[in-house]
Design a binder for this molecule. Structure first.
Ligand SMILES: Nc1ncnc2c1ncn2[C@@H]1O[C@H](COP(=O)(O)OP(=O)(O)O)[C@@H](O)[C@H]1O
Ligand SMILES: [Mg+2]
Length: 315
């Protein structure tokens, strides 16, 4: 069955790049979380056979007993291989030992197509490079999200990847510029699109240390319930409606995120009123602390009764 002849309900979308380390896995996980929050049933597939890592990012590495290889060899294993991540969000791990060259690729495609009956969206986190893995994934998908860094070397790989997509008759794709510097030192959006010979921007995702911290802790999906989901909004719309935002609207969304983040960082140094979820306590030296939901403990020196929040909260 060609990728034009989709007969089942769900849609299969590839997250590809050509180059490694540009954020395919990160984008797959965050986008899956955002789509499932919006009420869509989503399956995330790790398409990186032999080098899987989406399980780590999703924080379920210890829960995997069976994987996509078992399920494609014997469909009885399908339910055992699929790991539930959250409401509306499931995960199908790749095999850790077998590579794309070693597996029955037709059987894998059959498995994923069968799962279209159960999910609204199946996102496949593709491997780097343009080998057998990417070929099989491109035979399977309806659309692609091409992830790139805003750097020449990554853009050239992205441009090549778009060519490969077109060779597989995939002409519906959106570009995600990931890890975009927030200090204005990045390349111009329009220049980058020209290099890629692409028209549509799916999203501009800033470089954000939080991505690294949350990933390291195995809690990347939590990031999507924060401000971060705003930068994914254009991509979400592309997935659901098929239309991309205007370039300048994507840029505006990115700028707004950066401005908010900057303001929040500056504010961190200033004492603030305690809000819901925060606790206040005092040590033996009359030094007051605010504990914000367990994330940060900010030390505040408060002078006597003049402090508004001291009067309100501690009397
Ligand atoms: N927007 C971002 N800001 C900061 N770090 C990021 C961002 N996106 C990805 N990363 C980090 O970059 C590294 C590579 O990302 P990953 O998603 O694994 O790339 P790929 O799947 O393309 O190889 C990871 O350590 C990830 O946490
Ligand atoms: Mg990856």
């Amino acid at each position: 069955m060609g990728n034009q002849e989709r007969i089942s309900m769900g849609e299969i979308i590839g997250v590809v790049s050509g180059k490694g380390g540009v954020g395919k896995t990160t984008v797959t996980a965050c986008l899956g979380a955002a789509l499932s929050h919006a009420g869509h049933r989503v399956l995330l597939c790790d398409g990186d056979f032999g080098l899987r890592d989406l399980d780590l990012v999703l924080g379920v590495a210890d829960e995997i007993i069976y994987d996509a290889l078992d399920a494609s060899e014997d469909k009885e294993y399908t339910d055992d291989a699929i790991v539930s991540i959250a409401e509306n969000l499931d995960f199908l791990p790749a095999s850790q030992s077998a590579r794309w060259e070693d597996i029955g690729r037709k059987k894998y495609k059959k498995l994923v197509r069968r799962l279209c009956d159960v999910y609204d969206y199946i996102l496949i986190d593709a491997p780097a490079g343009i080998g057998k893995g990417i070929e099989s994934i491109l035979d399977l998908v309806n659309r692609c999200i091409v992830v790139t860094h805003p750097l020449w070397v990554s853009l050239r790989n992205g441009a090549r990847m778009i060519q490969v997509c077109e060779e597989h008759n995939i002409r519906d794709f959106a570009i995600v510029f990931n890890a975009v510097p927030t200090d204005g030192e990045d390349l111009d959006l329009y220049d980058m699109l020209e290099v890629l010979r692409a028209e549509y921007v799916g999203a501009m995702i800033p470089y954000d240390e939080d991505v690294l911290t949350y990933t390291q802790d195995g809690h990347l999906l939590d990031l999507v319930s924060h401000e971060f989901c705003n930068v994914l909004a254009p991509l979400l719309d592309y997935i659901v409606t098929g239309d991309c935002w205007e370039d300048y609207d994507v840029q505006k969304q990115f700028d707004a995120y950066v401005a908010k983040k900057k303001a929040a960082t500056e504010k961190q140094g200033t004492p603030t009123l305690a809000t819901a979820g925060e606790s206040i306590f005092e040590d033996s030296n009359n030094v007051l602390y605010i504990n914000r939901g367990g994330w940060t403990t900010q030390r505040l020196l408060v002078q006597g009764k003049q402090s508004l929040w001291r009067r309100r909260k501690l009397k």
